[in-house]
Design a protein around this ligand. Structure first.
Ligand code: UT7
Length: 368
């Protein structure tokens, strides 16, 4: 059975920074309260021209470059987002088209902030089953579009960004070792975007009542999160036959510094084994785990051969953890691939296909 290695990684965050002081000009809050209760100092907010797909494409191209893999060799694109581009089509298809992953199947996976763990696990399972060799997993968010900027209990928390992993098959041991996924839909109302779906389609009333914004029972989510983070980590480690002593880094979902500190206490692990960057990006939902992992690798914290645990929780309610050995790009002799260059050809191919469909439509009409 092949192993599923994480061989490429890339992140993209919007440039504009929104500090706690900036938010204090909009709602009744202050820097001290936000830092003490959440650990957040600032977050990035997407420009009008930035979407989950544009951030996701940037992150994906960087990941392909690290893996030295051409987009046409990707067989599966899984995009995970709590703020997808549309209800349909899938944001994964927009990304697939933009990067020129012309041979890939593509779908979106919704497991809120746990999405990146679910998606990485699904991609790894597809590789381990032998049905595919190369997959791209993208976690991307512009949740700032769904934040009620009048609600001080939520608008301080969220930020925008994207992270992507390339997963590849190899006979060499390593990569994704174990994973657990959990859900409890009885807690659906604790963190919800009530309108815009089939139950409450957009109407003047839903807009007026603010039902297209994030609604959250912060205390309830906090209690749930502090309970499941440590438990899921233990479970995934048990499945892998490892203990916390075997692990170099825990990469938790970046929602709140206090939640991470409580998980560290539960696991009896020093906090400096936890990658934390919530102070600079806030909660970027599905993107938070890959962004934290990539920064830790770039800073030289995570090294090849390290065992890492990704652990997260979110709306659903969902939670899960994944244990992996960070092995780096596969050692395959191949000419350097420059995925950015493929983007140009991907655009041409995309337009050619659109024109092709128009011509096909004209002929089809004549035949009818
Ligand atoms: O990816 C999953 C996403 N969600 C989460 O991870 C959220 C988990 N929950 C949390 O992180 C925390 O519950 C929050 C940070 C959201 C809130 O912190 P808290 O310590 O649970 O505060 P609280 O809701 O109990 O509010 C305490 C007080 C309240 O005032 P009173 O009733 O004591 O007078 C709030 O009105 O703080 C007030 N408050 C604020 N004050 C200043 C709430 N938000 C703010 C604010 N600035 N931004």
């Amino acid at each position: 059975m092949p192993f599923a290695h994480i061989t490429g990684w890339g992140m993209s965050v919007p440039e504009p920074v929104l500090t706690n002081e900036d938010i204090a000009k909009i709602v009744d809050t202050n820097d001290e309260w936000i830092r003490e209760r959440t650990g957040i100092r600032e977050r990035r907010i997407a420009r009008e021209t930035e979407f989950p797909s544009t951030l996701g494409v940037e992150a994906s191209l960087k990941a392909l470059e690290v893996a030295n893999l051409a987009p046409k060799d990707i067989e599966l694109v899984i995009c995970t987002s709590s703020s997808p581009e549309y209800i349909f089509p899938a944001t994964a298809c927009v990304i697939q088209d933009e990067i020129g992953a012309s041979k890939a199947g593509a779908f979106d996976l919704l497991a809120a902030c746990t999405g990146f763990i679910y998606a990485t696990n699904m991609a790894a399972q597809a590789i381990r089953s032998g049905s595919i060799k190369n997959a791209l997993v993208v976690g991307t968010e512009t949740l700032s579009r769904f934040v009620n900027w009048k609600d001080r209990s939520t608008c301080i928390l969220f930020g925008d960004g994207a992270g992507a992993f390339v997963l590849q098959a190899s006979e060499k041991p390593g990569g994704v070792i174990s994973s657990v996924m959990h859900s409890d839909g009885s807690g659906a109302n604790s963190l919800i975007l009530p309108a815009g779906g089939a139950r409450l389609p957009a109407t003047e009333a839903t807009v007026h009542e603010g039902k297209h914004y994030i609604h959250m029972d912060g205390k309830e989510v906090f209690r749930f999160a502090t309970r499941v983070m440590g438990q899921a980590t233990r479970e995934a480690l048990d499945l892998a036959g490892l203990t916390t002593d075997d692990v170099q880094w825990i990469i938790p979902h970046q929602a709140n510094y206090r939640i991470i500190a409580t998980a560290a206490k539960y696991l009896k692990m020093p906090l400096d084994k936890f990658v934390i960057n919530v102070d600079r990006y806030g909660n970027t939902s599905t993107a938070s785990i890959p962004i934290a992992a990539i920064e830790a690798f770039q800073k030289g914290q995570i090294k090849n051969g390290d065992k890492v645990v990704f652990v997260g929780f979110g709306a659903g309610l969902t939670w899960g953890a994944l244990v992996a050995e960070w092995t780096g790009p596969l050692a395959v002799a191949r000419k350097p691939v420059h995925p950015e260059r493929y983007r140009f050809f991907a655009r041409i191919r995309s337009w050619a296909r659109r024109i092709g469909r128009i011509i096909e439509g004209l002929f089809a009409r004549k035949e009818l």
